[in-house]
Design a protein around this ligand. Structure first.
Ligand code: FAD
Length: 496
């Protein structure tokens, strides 16, 4: 294999991960130069949840040449400006984690440092995105950098099954071969590489590169290759979820809602045709019946069916690329959807694979680079999620007492200590979660810096404070000039 080029790619699994991989690969290489086959089993089905996304999905959609209005119409999507967190820092508290930024940095110093010294209104009042979310308004960002609406950033809530279907059409039109059948056996060659997938009815699919998108089971990466899994449940002990749709409610909020419960949290995701709801919880602290009762009690419209149970172990494959298998989606690892990152991690995996594509055969340096990059991505998301559970004053259950007092990873401890001291946040340019994200959750859940930033404090209040007031007024004016979220959808992209 080392000397041979890769000509045959086989994608195992036709959930969001499988079809994202097929769409990106066929768009990148065309299916003439590379034969791409996707195998899925309709009788096994997909996990069927995964409705909230984050802004990088828009870049992927543009790269794939998808028309956003058509996509929104066909997937019953709504627009998402951020996530509202309820009861996380303490019972009765709430804040919005927005996409985009607060105000603007002044004289090279981060906005939040000035706000900590001179802010005369809640932090969210300085964010166009938070203010719009709170008032249920939406418009797309202006391309004119001087326009106040250029400060907006957004993502989508969509029906993941319809999104996968949309991508399937794109991929099929570019020549991806779609095979329906159950993978019964994974054949290995004498080096331990996957040689072929044996399907029901004596069918067999050979390949050079295999993409494992078979969901939690990880049929190729886990069951056939035995690639180890790093279990992170000592920090994130949530291991079950219940998902249930309910009737659509208007006005549709342009944000996801996450409400912390006794031993986990519940999501609420508004789509055009329904609302997605779910409860992620820790089975050591909450029974399935209690979890279902809390979920159903918290719905704001009648449920359409019974809650569907899901089980998982938080963590990731030690190697997401092992030999000639690259795992994407749930086969590569799982982090609860508190910050809607799973689809993004699929995107990151496919894009990273494209940038290291083994066209001339497998090179260990490429494989190692892929594994390092993806491990880093997963770990940064992991730390950010742990922050939500650990930075809390909640003491109303054993669960919260455990989470509040646990030992967190050193990488997170360092970030929290830096912020607790002087409100400092150090972010590398390519990090998924920006300074805004870290500042929002740390302040939103009650971590206040002990000291002022000396550089910000050295600047004259008479000069800085009026600029903060002006930024807040600009935000308010900008929000008032927007249509409501429902009006925007009706005008541009209402589902038929
Ligand atoms: P799956 O959807 O499970 O697809 C697996 C595929 O493999 C199927 O096509 C199946 O037929 C095929 N397959 C399996 N075994 C075989 C076999 N033997 N033969 C042939 N085919 C086979 N992500 C977000 O980004 N945002 C969210 O809000 C979000 N919410 C979530 C909530 C919960 C409770 C959970 C569990 C996940 C959530 N996710 C979310 C994650 C998201 O659902 C997944 O990342 C995404 O759906 C990708 O799934 P997948 O394609 O890897 O696996």
């Amino acid at each position: 294999m080392e000397s041979q080029g890769i000509r045959r790619v086989v994608i195992a699994g036709g959930g969001t991960a499988g079809w994202m991989a097929a769409a990106v690969m066929s768009k990148t290489f065309g299916a003439q130069d590379l034969s791409i086959t996707l195998v899925e089993s309709p009788s096994i089905g997909t996990v069927g949840v995964g409705e909230a996304t984050i802004p990088p999905i828009l870049t992927l959609n543009r790269l794939l040449g998808l028309d956003e209005d058509e996509l929104v119409r066909r997937t019953g999507a709504t627009f998402k400006l951020g996530i509202e967190f309820r009861d996380w820092g303490g019972l009765g508290e709430r804040y919005i984690h927005p996409f985009g930024h607060y105000g603007a940095n002044l004289r090279g110093v981060s906005f939040h440092q000035h706000w900590l010294l001179h802010g005369d209104a809640p932090l969210g009042d300085y964010s166009m995105t938070v203010a719009a979310a709170r008032e249920g308004r939406f418009t797309r960002p202006s391309a004119d950098p001087k326009h106040i609406h250029s400060r907006l950033s957004y993502a989508l809530h969509f029906d993941a099954a319809l999104y996968a279907e949309f991508l399937r059409e794109q991929a099929a039109a570019r020549g991806v071969r779609h095979v329906q059948g159950r993978i019964e056996h994974v054949e290995l060659d004498d080096r331990g590489h996957v040689a072929a997938l044996a399907l029901d009815q004596d069918r067999r699919i050979e390949g050079d590169l295999f993409i494992d998108c078979t969901g939690f089971r990880g049929l190729l990466i886990g069951e056939a290759l035995g690639t180890a899994y790093d279990d992170w449940s000592r920090w994130l002990p949530m291991d079950r979820a219940l998902a249930v749709p309910s009737q659509a409610v208007t006005p549709r909020t342009p944000y996801t809602r996450s409400t912390a419960g006794k031993a986990g949290w519940r999501w609420r995701i508004p789509l055009q045709h329904r609302t997605g709801n779910g409860h992620v919880y820790c089975s050591a602290h909450l029974s399935d019946d209690e979890a279902a009762a809390q979920l159903l009690d918290g719905l704001d419209s009648p449920a359409s069916g019974d809650p569907r149970p899901l089980r998982f172990t938080t963590g990731r494959r030690q190697k997401m690329w092992d030999r000639n298998v690259v795992a994407l989606g749930l086969a590569s690892g799982f982090l609860e959807p508190l910050e809607s990152t799973s689809i993004h991690l699929i995107q990151q995996g496919v894009v990273t694979l494209m940038s290291l594509f083994p066209d001339r055969g497998f090179a260990q340096a490429d494989i190692d680079e892929y594994n390092r990059t993806m491990a880093d991505e997963f770990e940064k998301v992991r730390d950010f999620i742990i922050l939500h559970y650990h930075q809390t004053r909640r003491d109303d259950s054993d669960f919260w007492n455990d989470m509040r007092t646990m030992e967190v990873p050193g990488s997170l401890r360092r970030r929290m200590d830096l912020f607790a001291s002087h409100g400092r946040v150090f972010i590398k340019p390519d990090e998924l979660f920006t300074e805004t994200s870290w500042v929002t959750v740390m302040l939103g859940q009650g971590l206040r810096p002990r000291n002022a930033d000396p550089v910000a404090a050295a600047m004259p209040k008479g000069e800085i404070a009026p600029q903060l007031t002006r930024m807040r007024q600009l935000v308010q004016n900008g929000v008032e000039a927007m249509p409501t979220h429902d009006q925007f959808i009706a005008a541009h992209c209402a589902a038929e």
